[in-house]
Write a new protein. Structure first.
Length: 175
């Protein structure tokens, strides 16, 4: 499945009814994730929910989650002077942000997945696999990314079906 082939009306309907999951430690500033019925995972910024979400496949999400769990996506030292907060990230000068994104080193976790760039001021950028017109970037402050990564490590982000436990099988005695 390719996220660029999704029917726009279907996607709008799915997103309107989506149950967004977060791993926030109490605030409302966070990465939000929802799992759509067709094997698509959507990401958005809770402070900017009007922006279109980034869309990846279940396989792309699995690769992204494994990279986080294994520590592959670690922020390099030395970029965090004058950090922004979740509530001030929207006030970053657009020209500065565009320049940083243009020079960024993007970390790719696999096909149909999220790419990650670590920017100065403790900003982390996500971009999806779609490029060209309509593609965009989500930016997050350290607190938002910290909560999100902890949520991934703890298994907080799952499809609803994953939360339904089947009854245990009857035990068979071995003689």
């Amino acid at each position: 499945m390719n996220t660029t082939d999704l029917d726009a009306a279907w996607l709008d309907s799915e997103l309107a009814e989506a149950e967004w999951q977060t791993a926030s430690s109490g605030g409302t500033n966070c990465v939000e994730v929802t799992f759509l019925r067709n094997g698509t995972v959507a990401f958005r910024d809770s402070l900017n929910p009007e922006q279109p979400p980034l869309l990846i496949t279940d396989e792309g999400y699995s690769a992204f989650a494994v990279a986080i769990i294994r520590g592959v996506l670690r922020r390099p030292a030395g970029l965090d002077a004058d950090p922004v907060t979740a509530t001030t990230k929207n006030n970053v000068a657009p020209g500065w942000l565009a320049a940083q994104l243009g020079d960024a080193r993007w970390h790719f976790t696999g096909p149909e997945s999220i790419e990650v760039a670590f920017l100065p001021r403790d900003i982390t950028a996500f971009r999806g696999p779609k490029r060209g017109p309509g593609s965009h970037v989500l930016i997050f402050a350290s607190s938002e990314i910290g909560d999100f990564c902890e949520g991934v490590r703890c298994g907080s982000f799952r499809r609803r079906e994953d939360l339904t436990l089947s009854p245990p099988s009857p035990l068979e005695l071995v003689h």
